[in-house]
Design a protein around this ligand. Structure first.
Ligand code: URA
Length: 256
């Protein structure tokens, strides 16, 4: 039976169904992963823009390239349904804004854990519940980045619900008013050695702990918040490409 949002079911996954998914926020990234890196790739569904593809890694292992949509509420629905069709390992391939001067646009951040300031996660686990990546996937990602010569940083990510207010954007936002409780939060996170902002992995990691699956996250750095608020357009393609290559290589290196 097809799951309501992802619009496919276990029976659509063939006789050797994948247990691993690469999960992109952007449906175009999910398509690019399938088109560029997967053998025998085929579309499973594009319902609601949540494009999902099935295909084979270069080593012949079946895999999904799926779309989470933007933010934790959408991700939580997709991850719940992917688990129901048998997925037990999820690697988020995303984009991120650095908040540390040494984490440069074009590089990748591999999240070992997240400070999770996300409402969706609070429906799934207590606020104090750890948002931790699978250690084996994290090591596999770091090793893959090293092998590929991709500039990378492993550490703690801040996962928040909004791109503008929650990441303290004012110059590029329609809303010049940042709530008092959020003013100075970026500086504070920087002093806490948090590397970056993104909008999904905290909830993904908590879901992994609660449901019992392995989760990892690699994000291409497309904004450098110590320099400016906006996305660094010239580095975006490199950053995304680096994140995808690191994710594919990590899966090739690690047992499913
Ligand atoms: N994604 C985010 O959440 N923030 C950024 O600055 C860039 C990508």
């Amino acid at each position: 039976m097809a799951l309501y949002h992802i619009s496919f079911g276990r029976e659509d996954l063939g006789s050797n169904p994948p247990t691993t998914a690469l999960l992109s926020g952007d449906p175009e990234r999910a398509f690019r992963i399938a088109e560029t890196y997967l053998g025998e790739a085929r579309l499973l569904s594009d319902h609601r823009g949540l494009n999902s593809y099935i295909g084979l890694l270069p080593n012949g292992v079946p895999i999904l390239s799926a779309t989470s949509g933007m933010g934790a509420p959408s991700l939580s629905i997709v991850v719940n349904e992917l688990f129901q069709v048998g997925i037990r390992r999820i690697l988020r391939v995303g984009t991120t804004g650095s908040i540390q001067p040494h984490v440069r646009a074009g590089s990748v951040v591999i999240s070992s854990a997240a400070l999770c300031r996300q409402g969706a996660a609070d429906d799934i686990a207590p606020v104090e519940y750890p948002a931790a990546a699978d250690p084996f996937l994290t090591v596999a990602l770091a090793r893959a980045a090293r092998e590929l010569g991709v500039e990378h940083h492993v550490g703690i990510t801040a996962s928040v619900d909004t791109f503008y207010e929650g990441q303290e954007r004012v110059d590029t936002s329609a809303n010049p008013n940042v709530l008092r409780r959020l003013r100075g939060v970026t500086d504070e996170y920087r002093r806490l050695n948090i590397l970056n902002y993104e909008m999904e992995c905290g909830t993904l990691f908590k879901m992994a702990g609660v449901y019992g699956f392995a989760a990892g996250c690699v994000c291409g750095v497309i904004a450098q918040r110590t320099a400016a608020e906006s996305v660094v357009a010239e580095q975006k393609a490199t950053a995304v490409d680096n994140a995808i290559r690191v994710a594919i290589r990590a899966l090739m290196n690690s047992a499913g």
